[in-house]
Write a new protein. Structure first.
Length: 156
């Protein structure tokens, strides 16, 4: 099957997509976008979180064919030009990046949260990021990063 989709504002035509292939596989193996990580393959960890038509989804649970004609945004598409997105920058400044495996999914989920709620409370942050698992940070630095990102966005 041939798949046409838009990823990070760029149109793609992907040939020879097999039935049952996940969007995550297409992003990583066919398009070379390594940000979304392949971890649980069950939508439990959030490491493959992306935006599809403005909705936060786990790319491992989306069949590639379901992405036909859709707008996909990955962590690679968040920053403008060579600079980092304020959320990406906040994660670095807060020390919320440890091994980095969960970080892209957390950044995409944080971006989505702040798009819908520019000044979330800590319980709202915890709820919004509950689908993203991190085994390194203990989450406090992640909360710090979300607070920094929210402040940076409100200041601009």
């Amino acid at each position: 099957m041939k798949l046409q989709l838009t990823v990070n504002s760029r149109p793609y035509d992907v040939d020879d997509v097999w039935e049952g292939e996940s969007l995550l596989f297409v992003l990583r193996e066919r398009l070379g976008l390594w940000g979304a990580k392949n971890a649980c393959e069950q939508g439990e960890c959030g490491s493959c979180s992306i935006m599809m038509d403005g909705v936060l989804v786990c790319a491992c649970l989306v069949a590639a064919g379901q992405a036909a004609g859709r707008e996909i945004l990955t962590v690679e598409g968040l920053g403008d030009g060579p600079g980092l997105d304020p959320v990406q920058d906040a994660y670095l400044r807060a020390g919320a990046v440890q091994c980095g495996f969960c970080t892209p999914g957390l950044i995409v989920a944080t971006h989505d949260l702040l798009d819908h709620n520019p000044s979330p409370t800590d319980p709202e942050v915890r709820e919004a990021l509950a689908g993203n698992l991190c085994r390194c940070t203990g989450y406090e630095k992640i909360l710090d990063a979300v607070r920094l990102a929210a402040a940076a966005r409100s200041a601009s």
